[in-house]
Design a protein around this ligand. Structure first.
Ligand code: NAD
Ligand code: TDX
Length: 339
């Protein structure tokens, strides 16, 4: 199969490219990516050496570029990771999120309609379900939970999901959707909680925890997410949504303290800062459907995954040092100075 991975120069897409190259030597993989601030060709440097891999620079929200790629490559499968993915940036400036996450998805779907496709898979998020209260640990998101978004980011992802469902029903596009909880692991961009805390701790900088640090996220090691998507594109039922998560709920402060402990750093590095606007309290996925229908279970326990992740950042300083010494410096100053 010829599989186009949009957003494959980002965190999860990059890990997915490696997952496919490792597990499916019979497939040919194309990464189609605009290389925004979050896209990094260095993430793909080993993939570039494979005869089963090719990189195309392109924007999912540019119709001409997308159609040209379809005409020339004739893909069998599209896995759409390409997105603006950071909630804090969406709060500062929503418009780009609408362009990439909604218009971009609709253009990919139009291309599938025009040129044909065996499978279109949309990588979505648990954030489309909104949040759960902290005092109701018995509640979980299922695929039947209503969409109820909080941030411009999650609203744009929910809109894209609705378009995917509409194109499936109206034009019979063979589409699937996965909604995953928070990922962590190698190649995670430094603006997100786990890599930001690892890097700040290594540099003996303050660790900015929003509010009281009591918000809960359901953490999944990125390779387990990749395995779930791989199962869905091969065995999942067209028209279906699959929730992906590993029952691994942690408060943010627990995660931060775990990182400090692994690195042998003092907890006085923690600094509580002004909360995120509209901050979702708790995410928690019920993965029963993908477990029972497709036999998926997560393999990496949080205690092991977080140690592997810290180790990866220790071993790959040049990957993140280049990022934090560039444009990221201005972002950091804007978001955290005087917060
Ligand atoms: P990321 O920000 O690390 O990477 C996004 C990639 O998309 C980058 O390589 C970027 O260059 C590319 N991109 C952005 N706009 C583009 C455009 N217009 N055209 C082509 N490429 C473009 O994101 P991530 O954390 O790897 O997330 C990937 C997907 O998974 C997103 O759709 C996100 O909503 C979803 N998701 C993420 C998580 C998580 O915890 N990170 C959890 C659930 C779902
Ligand atoms: O500096 C910080 N301090 C802090 O306390 C940052 C960056 C985050 N936080 C908190 C906010 C959240 O409660 O940590 C938690 C995790 O934050 P993020 O890493 O920004 O992730 P989140 O907002 O949960 O969204 C992530 O998971 C779902 C991804 O970025 C999304 O793309 C995905 O859909």
């Amino acid at each position: 199969m010829k599989i186009v991975v949009t957003g494959g120069a980002g965190f999860i897409g990059g890990n997915f490219v490696y997952f496919l190259l490792k597990n499916h030597a019979e497939d040919f993989i194309i990464c189609y990516d605009k290389l925004t601030y979050a896209g990094n060709l260095e993430t793909l440097s080993d993939a570039m050496k494979s005869k089963n891999f090719k990189f195309i620079k392109g924007d999912i929200a540019n119709r001409d570029e997308v159609y040209k790629m379809f005409e020339e490559e004739k893909p069998d499968v599209i896995v759409n990771f390409a997105a603006e993915s950071h909630v804090d940036r969406s709060i500062e400036d929503p418009e780009l999120f609408l362009r990439t996450n909604i218009i971009g998805t609709s253009i990919l779907l139009d291309a599938c309609k025009k040129f044909g496709i065996k499978r279109f898979h949309q990588v979505s998020t648990d954030e489309v379900y909104g949040d759960l209260p902290l005092d109701r640990p018995d509640l979980f998101f299922t695929e039947k939970t209503n969409l109820h978004t909080s941030s411009p980011y999650s609203a744009s992802k929910a809109s894209a999901d609705l378009l995917v469902q509409a194109y499936h029903r109206t034009y019979k596009i063979p589409a699937t959707i996965s909604r995953c909880s928070n990922n962590y692991g190698p190649y995670h961009f430094p603006e997100k909680l786990i890599p930001l805390m690892i890097i700040n701790a290594l540099n003996n900088k303050k660790l900015p925890v929003y509010g009281k640090g009591i918000n809960v996220r359901d953490w999944l090691y990125v390779e387990d997410h990749c395995a779930a998507i791989d199962l869905i594109i091969r065995n999942g039922k067209v028209g279906e949504i699959y929730n992906v998560g590993g029952h691994n709920e942690k408060t943010n402060i627990e995660v931060v303290k775990t990182i400090l402990k692994i690195l042998g750093k003092d907890e006085n590095l923690i600094e509580f800062v002004t909360d995120r606007k509209g901050h979702d309290q708790r995410y928690a996925i019920d993965p029963t459907k993908i477990s029972t229908e497709l036999g998926w279970t997560p393999k990496t326990k949080f205690d092991d995954g977080i140690k592997k992740t810290v180790d990866w950042y220790l071993q790959n300083k040049s990957w993140w040092e280049k990022i934090i010494s560039g444009e990221y410096k201005n972002y950091y100053a804007k978001m955290y100075d005087n917060r």
